[in-house]
Design a protein around this ligand. Structure first.
Ligand code: N01
Length: 536
């Protein structure tokens, strides 16, 4: 049903989509196919979302590209040729740009347009979306495709304003690149972004000092040029290959072992761990079926990877500082290229700040662990205000002027991670409470988009104007997400999954573990005339 524009000064649309990452692009494509008048509003100057901003050296995906890619179009799957096993950022950007061209999305994307507010109008039952430059859109649907890892986390370091050198954040990397040749560089943080960029910065810089608050598990990615035979073989059976991926808990094929650790002999355990080491990176999630739920299974894998760190780092004391003591997978495991070996270089130093953190930033560098480190450039690889950060930065108000920030003050609450009660016709793609960041993001995104597109088509068939989650359904879903997380080992460390990386953020486990179960739930909700929603 098309309702009337309630505001003559506003541009009327059927749907505003916020963000031109992989979620926004596919949402636009689906809406366009359904004949909806939709537009993407994108803060950046190009498409790609997190891949547009994260141009730091070494940025690449950690799921093989043959899987970390769209599956909605068999033609697209066949025509795109991946060049590396794990595509680097420029190749992923080129893919996103190709998608825009191929599906003629360009005319419906407005760049350099940051959304400041989205308010639901109780009278017209429409969304009024305002940009930072005061452009106003009036739309029946508002889809937040704002991404899970797009709001940079900028810790408030004391003295930050005093620093006279260059300051970078991996998540907002200069488009022209940075040449560190001959410079003294500091990197703060040792998450995925740091682990990918440190080996490359170390090769360029005169001296590199890394400030580590918590060590991370990382396994060599074994990146290499894409094997063309493998690519042809996968393309020949892409439907079956994708279906198998979608049937896995993390929505991609890790060639997961169906047995628990205790169903193996010690020799078999060792062989399986070595096999995973050869497969590389996140294939380690498939080592044992009970990896994320069984403490013993987890410790076996954790200790195996610690052993490898001890082999990779020459100095035994340094190796101990670099070896995590936490649950394996409690924070997202990293896939690296020569990360631990980088600490064997003469120009690299690790500073353990686990106890006292960074004391202050000075005009010339960083004071920490009782020393001042003089540097020319500081790279903060301090991550993101994940999952809720980008929504928080928009003034979102639902029925009766209810602010999303107020509703979520004790932590995000959603139904299926896709909607939140009191905000009719607003959808969130890969929101808190959806599998999102625990899965192959592109596969999750496609499932969400298809759910939303089908829901909009159903509303029109039923001649309904709007849909809103009920509080009861939302409460039940939030309890269920917590219950599932509570059965795992994932609550045991200070991860961004829990919001623990951002001071003051409520500690709530945000993603949902279990892609196939999630899809089943969404399918049954749709089949039961959108159970758990009320319509008008
Ligand atoms: O961020 P992170 P990231 N003082 O939050 C430290 C995806 N990703 O950008 O652990 C000192 O993981 C912080 O320390 P601690 C992927 O899902 C994927 O690296 O909080 N240090 C940590 O070491 C990933 O999980 C790829 O104690 C501070 C680091 O900064 C997610 O994005 C590549 C600090 C932040 O690590 C985030 O990764 C890159 C402070 N005040 C990212 N505050 C792929 O491979 C934070 N830290 C696809």
């Amino acid at each position: 049903m098309t309702s009337v524009n309630s505001d003559p000064g506003a541009q009327a649309l059927d749907a505003v989509i916020v963000g031109a990452g992989f979620a926004g692009l596919y949402m636009l494509h689906r809406f366009k196919e359904q004949g909806l008048h939709a537009r993407i509003l994108e803060a950046g100057g190009g498409v790609g979302g997190t891949w547009y901003w994260n141009r730091y050296p070494g940025a690449r995906c950690d799921i093989p590209s043959l899987q970390y890619s769209y599956q909605f179009s068999p033609e697209l799957e066949q025509e795109w040729e991946w060049k590396e096993r794990y595509a680097p950022q420029p190749e992923i950007m080129a893919y996103a740009e190709h998608v825009v061209e191929r599906f003629d999305l360009g005319p419906h994307i407005q760049f350099n347009t940051r959304v400041a507010a989205a308010h639901f109008d109780d009278t017209s039952q429409r969304w009024r979306v305002t940009t930072e430059s005061n452009e106003v859109f009036d739309a029946r649907f508002c889809v937040m495709a704002t991404g899970c890892l797009s709001s940079a986390n900028d810790p408030e370091f004391v003295g930050r304003e005093r620093f006279t050198g260059e300051w970078y954040h991996t998540g907002r990397w200069p488009h022209e690149g940075v040449d560190f040749t001959g410079q003294r560089v500091a990197v703060i943080g040792t998450g995925s972004s740091a682990i990918q960029s440190i080996p490359i910065i170390a090769e360029q810089a005169a001296a590199l000092t890394v400030f580590q608050r918590t060590p991370n598990f990382s396994v060599p990615a074994h990146n290499r040029p894409q094997d063309q035979e493998e690519q042809a073989e996968v393309k020949a059976r892409y439907r079956e290959f994708r279906a198998h991926g979608r049937a896995q808990p993390i929505a991609w094929d890790t060639a997961g072992n169906e047995l628990n650790a205790d169903e193996h002999s010690p020799e078999e355990i060792q062989a399986e761990c070595e096999r995973r080491w050869e497969m590389g990176g996140l294939y380690f999630y498939g080592t044992f079926a009970d990896l994320l739920v069984g403490a013993e299974a987890n410790e076996i894998v954790a200790e195996f990877v610690r052993g490898k760190i001890r082999e990779r780092v020459n100095d035994p004391q340094l190796a101990e500082i670099l070896a995590p003591t936490t649950v394996f997978g409690c924070k997202r495991v990293c896939a690296d290229t020569g990360y631990f070996e980088t600490y064997n270089r003469d120009n690299v130093r690790l500073v353990d700040i686990a106890q006292s953190g960074i004391d202050e930033i000075t005009a010339k560098g960083i004071r920490a662990a009782g020393e001042e480190f003089e540097v020319d450039a500081i790279v903060t690889a301090t991550g993101f205000d994940a999952m809720t950060g980008s929504l928080d930065r928009i003034d979102i108000r639902g029925k009766g002027g209810l602010k999303l920030k107020d509703k979520w003050h004790a932590g995000p609450r959603t139904y299926l991670g896709l909607t939140t009660a009191g905000f009719p016709n607003m959808f969130i793609i890969s929101g808190p409470g959806s599998p999102s960041v625990l899965t192959n993001m592109i596969t999750s995104i496609e499932q969400h988009v298809e759910f939303i597109a089908d829901c909009v088509a159903w509303l029109d068939q039923q001649k309904l104007d709007s849909i809103d989650a009920t509080l009861e359904a939302e409460d039940e879903w939030v309890d269920h997400v917590n219950e599932v997380a509570g059965e795992t080992l994932l609550l045991g460390c200070n991860s961004w999954y829990l919001g623990a990386n951002v001071p003051g953020k409520p500690r709530v486990f945000m993603p949902y573990l279990g892609f196939p179960e999630y899809v089943e739930k969404c399918d049954s909700v749709a089949q039961e005339a959108y159970a758990g929603f009320e319509t008008a």
